[in-house]
Write a protein that binds this ligand. Structure first.
Ligand code: AMP
Ligand code: ZN
Length: 473
C-alpha cells in the first residue's frame, strides 16, 4: 500500500518513492534555543513525529536529522540584553526542549541517555549549528567559487539573481525582487526577494554593564564571522543525508524565505536536486489569533500542565486536525481532547489483558487505519477509525491488540495502560447492586451506582451483565 504525501514542490499529492527502496532520509528544521518552545512549535514537531511514525509503520528505516539553532540574531540579542555568554542561554533552552519530548511522546532519535550525550557532545541526530561551522564554511566557499555568492561590507551574500530557479518553492515571482536589495537579518520581509546573508562579519562590539561584548565569531578564509540562519540547514542536512535526500519538513512560515533559500544555496552549490518531498505543517492559532508576545497568548507545555491539563491531551488535540489545516487552540478544545483521551484510557483499561499468542487484532480496522495515515497523514480519519474499532462489538482482547498497533502512530502512550483494578469493596458492591437490580428495586440500584461513582467506578448494565470502568486519573 503506497504512501501518498502532499509535496509543496510541485504542490500536489504524490506517491512517496524514496531514493533507496527501504530507507528514508528526513530533515526537519529544529528550534532556535533562545526561549521555551511554544505549543505552536510543538504542533509542528508532533506533525513531524507522526510523519516519521507513519514511515516506520510502513516498514521504512528512517534516518531523521533535526538541527538545533544555537546561534542567531535573537540569541545574540538576548545574551547581550542579559549580559551573559550566549551558551548560557542556548544550553538552558536546549535542555528544556528535549525534556518536553517525553511529555508529548515524541520519539527521540538518540540511543544514549541525554546526560551521556550532553557530556560527550554526542548530538549526531540533533546537530548544533555551532558544532557544524566547518561544513557551512565549505559550502559558502563553494558558492563564492561558483560566483553565486559575493562579499559585501558586512558579510557574504547569496545573489538570488544568479540562481534562475529562485522562487520555485514559494511561487514568488522575480517581480518581487528589489534590485540590489540585501538583507542581513535572519528573518525578513515575506514578500520581497533580496540577497541574503550566508555569513556575517562581527558588528562593532557593544558595551554592556561597563563590559565590552564581542559577538561570537569563528575564523573563515573569507573573514571571521558567524553563519546566517539559512546556511546551517543546507550544510547540516547534506552532511548527514547526502546532497539529495527524501523529505524536508517544517512549519509553513519557513516556506519563504528559509526553505527557498535552502534550495538556492544547496542546488547552486551541488548542481543537484536538493530535496524530493517538501512538507510544511500549518500553524496553530490561539483563540483565533496568531501567537505573539503582544497578545500575551504564547503558551508552553508548562502552562498546559500548570492549568491541570495532561500534555498528551495536547497531542490528542493535534491529531484531530489535518496537518495542512490551521488549528485553532482554545482551552475548551483542550478540555474536550483531554476528556476524549481519558475515555479512551478507561475503555482500554476495562478490556481483558492480551494473551499475545492466542489472539490477533482486527485486520479490517487496521487496514482502514493504514489507508487513512497513508493518505497524506489523514489523522482525523485515523482517529475516527480507531474509535470505531474501540466501540465495536469485538472481543476486547482483539481490540487490545489493534489499539496497540494503532498507537504506534498515534503515540498516546496506551501501552502503559494496565487493566484497571477495582478499588476495595467495589467488586462486592457491584455484585450486591446486580442482585438488587434483579429484584426491580431501581431506586436502590441507582443509589449504589452513585456510591460506585464516588469510588471512581462507572457501571454500565449490559445483556451480558454489568460492565465497569475505573476513572483514569
Ligand atoms: P522556530 O524556533 O521559530 O524556528 O520554530 C520552530 C518550528 O515551529 C518551525 O518549524 C516553525 O515553522 C514552527 N512554528 C512556529 N510557529 C508556529 C505556529 N504558530 N504553529 C505551528 N508551527 C509553528
Ligand atoms: Zn531549517
Amino acid at each position: 500500500m503506497a504512501i501518498k504525501l502532499y509535496n509543496f514542490l510541485p504542490k500536489k499529492v504524490e506517491e512517496f518513492n524514496p531514493i533507496n527502496a527501504k530507507s528514508v532520509g528526513m530533515y526537519t528544521c529544529g528550534p532556535t534555543v533562545y526561549d521555551y518552545v511554544h505549543i505552536g512549535n510543538w504542533r509542528t514537531f508532533v506533525f513531524e513525529d507522526v510523519l516519521k511514525r507513519v514511515l516506520r509503520f510502513n516498514d521504512f528505516d528512517v534516518t531523521h536529522v533535526m538541527n538545533i539553532t544555537d546561534i542567531d540574531d535573537k540569541i545574540i540579542k538576548k545574551a547581550a540584553d542579559e549580559g551573559v555568554d550566549y551558551k548560557k542561554i542556548t544550553e538552558k533552552f536546549e535542555e528544556a526542549f528535549f525534556d518536553d519530548f517525553e511529555k508529548l511522546n515524541i520519539e527521540s532519535e538518540e540511543d544514549a541517555p541525554r546526560e551521556v550525550r550532553r557530556e560527550t557532545n554526542m548530538f549526531e541526530q540533533y546537530p548544533r549549528a555551532t558544532e557544524s561551522i566547518d561544513a557551512m564554511i565549505v559550502l559558502i566557499q563553494k558558492l563564492l567559487e561558483k560566483g553565486v555568492a559575493y562579499k559585501g561590507d558586512d558579510g557574504i551574500y547569496f545573489s538570488v539573481e544568479k540562481f534562475p530557479n529562485y522562487g520555485k518553492l514559494s511561487g514568488l515571482s522575480k517581480g518581487n525582487l528589489k534590485k540590489g536589495a540585501r538583507v542581513n537579518a535572519d528573518l525578513y520581509d515575506k514578500e520581497s526577494w533580496a540577497d541574503f546573508a550566508l555569513w556575517k562579519f562581527p558588528s562593532s562590539p557593544k558595551a554592556s554593564g561597563g563590559q565590552v561584548k564581542k559577538e561570537p565569531s569563528w575564523p573563515a578564509p573569507f573573514g571571521e564571522g558567524r553563519p546566517g540562519w539559512h546556511i546551517e540547514c543546507s550544510a547540516m542536512s547534506m552532511k548527514a543525508l547526502g546532497e539529495t535526500f527524501d523529505i524536508h519538513a517544517g512549519g509553513v512560515d519557513l516556506l519563504f524565505p528559509h526553505h527557498e533559500n535552502e534550495i538556492a544555496q544547496s542546488e547552486a552549490a551541488t548542481g543537484k536536486k536538493f530535496v524530493n518531498y517538501w512538507m510544511e505543517g500549518e500553524h496553530l492559532l490561539v483563540e483565533g489569533e496568531k501567537m505573539s508576545k503582544s497578545l500575551n497568548n504564547i503558551y508552553t507545555l508548562a502552562d498546559i500542565s500548570e492549568k491541570g491539563f495532561d500534555t498528551l491531551a495536547l497531542r490528542y488535540l493535534f491529531l484531530t486536525a489535518h496537518y495542512r489545516s490551521k488549528l485553532n487552540f482554545t482551552w475548551e478544545s483542550l478540555q474536550g481532547a483531554g476528556n476524549a483521551l481519558n475515555n479512551l484510557r478507561e475503555e482500554v483499561a476495562s478490556w481483558n489483558e492480551v494473551e499475545k499468542e492466542a489472539w490477533e487484532g482486527l485486520p479490517d480496522f487496521e487496514k482502514d487505519f493504514k489507508n487513512a495515515i497513508n493518505n497524506d497523514l489523514d489523522m482525523p480519519r485515523a482517529v475516527a477509525v480507531m474509535w470505531d474499532m474501540v466501540k465495536s462489538d469485538n472481543p476486547t482482547v482483539r481490540k487490545h491488540e489493534s489499539i496497540l498497533v494503532m498507537d504506534k502512530v498515534l503515540g498516546l502512550g496506551l501501552e502503559r495502560i494496565k487493566k484497571a483494578e477495582l478499588p476495595e469493596g467495589a467488586k462486592e458492591l457491584i455484585e450486591k447492586r446486580e442482585a438488587v437490580r434483579k429484584t426491580g428495586d431501581f431506586e436502590e440500584s441507582d443509589n449504589m451506582r452513585g456510591e460506585l461513582a464516588k469510588m471512581g467506578v462507572e457501571v454500565e448494565d449490559t445483556p451480558q451483565g454489568p460492565k465497569w470502568k475505573v476513572k483514569q486519573r
